[in-house]
Each structure stands twice: as structure tokens, then as C-alpha cells.
Design a protein around this ligand. Structure first.
Ligand code: SF4
Length: 138
């Protein structure tokens, strides 16, 4: 699901790792049995380790290395959203897909609010090519 939504390898590693090892009940138990100092030091080192691991994994593993069907069925996608605050107005999306995107006042926007369900558009290509990941699926 994260891949389909366009999440980077870096973000996926962070989300999965945090979900696996950063749990509030565990922190409470650590304080209770091992003390606050132990919990704080272990928690900080865990967060640092997760960030380092995410960086290393993102250098080694690319999306194309993951044995996952990267093509998204356009029927599964309700719409493309552009996070205006992230858009740097590079114009890449409008050059690649002039029927769908337009740039006004240095920001991209959708010509159509929704993608045609029967379009042959490669949605993930759009999401991946935006340099600031301003294009998101929902
Ligand atoms: S590719 Fe991304 S940053 Fe560039 S104009 Fe389109 S939405 Fe904005």
C-alpha cells in the first residue's frame, strides 16, 4: 500500500521500523522495570538506528528491486492530489502530461479533478517523477 501511494524506500523503512519497535506500552514497562534513564537512552538510540538503517536501505534497495507489481490499476485510484505547499513549479508534470496538469503562478494543478478511469496513464510514473513528491494518490 505504501509503495502504491508513492512512499519512498526511506519512508517505508522508517514507518515499518517505528511500528515494530517504538510502542508506548513497551516504553511504560521499560520505565517501570528498568528506569527512565534506560528507556530514554534506548529510545534515542533506537530512533537514530532506524534513521541510519533507512538511509542505508534506501541507498541499496531501489523500488525496482522490490518484487511487487508496481503498476497500479487506475480503477483503484480515486484521484490525484497536488500538495501545493510542496510544489516548486518545475513544470515536469505539465510537460509529461499536458492533458492533466497545468502550471499557474508557479504551481501545478490538475486540469481535471479526477483521472478518467479508463485512461492509460501510468500513475506511478507521475508520482515518482515529481522531484518533491508533491503529487499524491488517494
Ligand atoms: S512535477 Fe511536482 S514540483 Fe514539478 S510542477 Fe509538477 S507537482 Fe510541481
Amino acid at each position: 500500500m505504501l509503495l502504491k501511494k508513492g512512499a519512498s524506500i526511506w519512508n517505508i523503512v522508517i514507518i515499518l521500523s517505528a511500528w515494530a519497535v517504538v510502542k508506548v506500552p513497551m516504553l511504560v514497562n521499560e520505565v517501570k522495570f528498568l528506569g527512565l534513564k534506560f528507556m530514554v537512552v534506548r529510545w534515542i538510540l533506537t530512533i537514530i538506528s532506524i534513521l541510519v538503517m533507512a538511509y542505508i536501505v534506501s541507498l541499496i534497495v531501489k523500488r525496482e528491486n522490490i518484487p511487487f507489481e508496481m503498476k497500479v490499476d487506475n480503477k483503484d485510484i480515486n484521484s490525484i492530489n497536488i500538495k501545493e505547499q510542496y510544489c516548486i513549479g518545475c513544470g515536469l508534470c505539465t510537460r509529461l502530461y499536458p492533458d492533466i496538469f497545468v502550471t499557474n503562478d508557479g504551481k501545478a494543478s490538475l486540469i481535471k479533478g479526477k483521472i478518467e478511469k479508463d485512461t492509460n496513464l501510468d500513475i506511478l510514473e507521475i508520482v515518482e517523477k515529481c522531484p518533491v513528491k508533491a503529487i499524491q494518490l488517494s
